[in-house]
Design a protein around this ligand. Structure first.
Ligand SMILES: [Zn+2]
Length: 70
């Protein structure tokens, strides 16, 4: 599994897209964090965003993408 880079979150409140403050080595690590309740604060509206694969997007080291970009 290739490493994730450029992981971003889309805020469900204001629709802003911002970089995830936490880096993940691979999709399995990201999915584990989501299952554990990964949240991030939107820098645009300040609300807490509950992360899921449906509101995140990322690029893989091999150039492919996932999430909203897939
Ligand atoms: Zn927001």
């Amino acid at each position: 599994m290739s490493a994730i880079s450029d992981l971003r979150i889309r805020c469900g409140h204001c629709r802003a897209v911002f970089p995830c403050p936490i880096a993940f080595a691979d999709l399995a690590s990201l999915e584990a964090a989501i299952a554990a309740g990964l949240v991030a604060s939107c820098p645009s509206c300040g609300q807490t965003v509950v992360c899921s694969l449906e509101n995140m997007m990322w690029r893989n080291a091999d150039g492919s993408g996932g999430g909203l970009w897939a």
